[in-house]
Design a protein around this ligand. Structure first.
Ligand code: NVA
Length: 389
């Protein structure tokens, strides 16, 4: 009781040095959807990024013949430079053309051992993929549990930013989901040696992670105002979905459990189920939604368009597929940031009334994603609404 009174009496003073001049409003964190007009966003950074060493849930996520299993530690300087150059250009576009405030995480050296009472791995990962770690829902940012040992402490690079928002925005709700132990019991060690092929395992929702403890990556979630869709995947288990459901049901939101066919490694929803604005969603032609989900979209007046890809080679150190073409970022209901070489996607968007905003962003694939992955929403204009009335 004493402690509570004390805490209430503390007056948190904004630190002038951390307050960017362009945002003086007290309501900083507020974003309910993937498409309302973007005002402030976190853009990741590549400096000090590493490749993770093979660990239980990691092996199964690699593409066939993937080089990563034997190499780990600091990424090549050239890769980091290329990634940073691309992100800088993306920021120029967001700030220069659309007036979006872009914030960056702290530079953290990921090339240091991660050790907890349950495991030890030689290094961490990256600050370049904030979408995997931070889930913004209205005035709340939830730090995800994560599911890989090498990503256990990835929230650390966002902490000073979140702390700043906490100081400046009296309505900001800052939540950290329970960290899983990530001990051996959480992973299926025999996953790859199973006689069933991966597609069959995935269709039965048998993944390399099990149901021992709740796990979820924030990139397995798509936000549609009152409704939220959670992908059951290698990185989000049913218990993780259950945690999200209980948490957000209490805030009046509906939380849906979804899965998609996948012949690679089901991981992160943002190349499969991509709302572009309040009435158009882009679907992955190779990973169609189950019939109930198609019906739900149709019954609620959603226009579905089928995503496309130029099929350009994805960087060999990337875990991702050619469908990164669909990992776009809606800047508002009309403008969509899209990779400069993905010409088929430009045509598709234009044909459907969108204005594609072309930005070169291919090198960032090796760090784990594209436009949606390398950002995390802070503020979009607009209130909470139902798009599934
Ligand atoms: N696992 C997805 C990438 C998500 C950003 C894919 O490779 O298509």
């Amino acid at each position: 009781r004493h402690l509570a009174v004390k805490v209430q009496n503390v007056v948190l003073q904004p630190r002038a040095s951390t307050v960017p001049p362009s945002t003086s409003s007290s309501s900083i964190v507020n974003s309910w959807t993937e498409w309302q007009p973007l005002k402030e966003i976190i853009v990741g950074r590549c400096e000090m990024s590493c490749m993770m060493k093979t660990e239980p849930a990691f092996k199964a996520k690699l593409k066939e013949g993937h080089a990563l299993s034997s190499s780990f530690g600091r990424r090549a300087a050239e890769a980091i430079e290329d990634g940073e150059r691309e992100l800088a250009e993306f920021i120029n576009v967001l700030e220069g053309k659309f007036g979006v405030v872009c914030r960056r995480p702290e530079v953290i050296d990921w090339n240091m051992p991660i050790k907890t009472p349950d495991f030890e791995v030689p290094n961490g990962n990256t600050s370049s993929m904030p979408r995997d770690v931070l889930l913004t829902v209205g005035n709340e940012i939830v730090e995800a549990t994560m599911s890989l040992r090498g990503r256990f402490f990835e929230y650390r690079c966002y902490r000073s930013l979140l702390n700043e928002y906490f100081e400046r925005d009296p309505d900001f709700k800052w939540t950290s989901a329970p960290k899983p132990s990530m001990n051996d019991s959480m992973y299926r060690s025999d996953y790859l040696t199973s006689s069933m092929d991966r597609t069959e395992l995935v269709s039965k929702r048998i993944y390399c992670t099990n149901e021992t403890e709740p796990i979820w990556d924030a990139a397995d979630i798509m936000r549609f105002g009152k409704d939220m869709f959670v992908l059951n995947s290698f990185t989000t288990n049913r218990k993780g979905y259950e945690w999200l459901k209980r948490h957000f049901n209490q805030r009046g939101l509906r939380v849906h459990f979804v899965d998609f066919p996948d012949d690679l490694a089901p991981m992160h929803i943002d190349t499969n189920f991509v709302p572009l604005n309040g009435n158009t969603i882009m679907l992955n032609p190779k990973r169609p939604p189950r019939p109930w989900l198609m019906r739900l979209l149709q019954e609620n007046g959603w226009k579905t368009i089928v995503g496309t890809s130029n099929g350009l080679p994805v960087h060999p150190l990337s875990h991702c597929s050619e469908w990164l073409s669909c990992n776009v970022l809606s800047i508002d209901e009309k403008h969509v940031a899209v990779e400069a070489q993905e010409t088929k996607m430009h045509e598709l968007l234009s044909k459907n009334g969108f204005e594609p905003v072309l930005v070169p962003l291919r090198s960032i694939a090796q760090f784990g994603g594209a436009f949606h992955c390398c950002t995390a929403d802070v503020r979009r204009e607009g209130d909470l609404k139902s798009y599934f009335p």
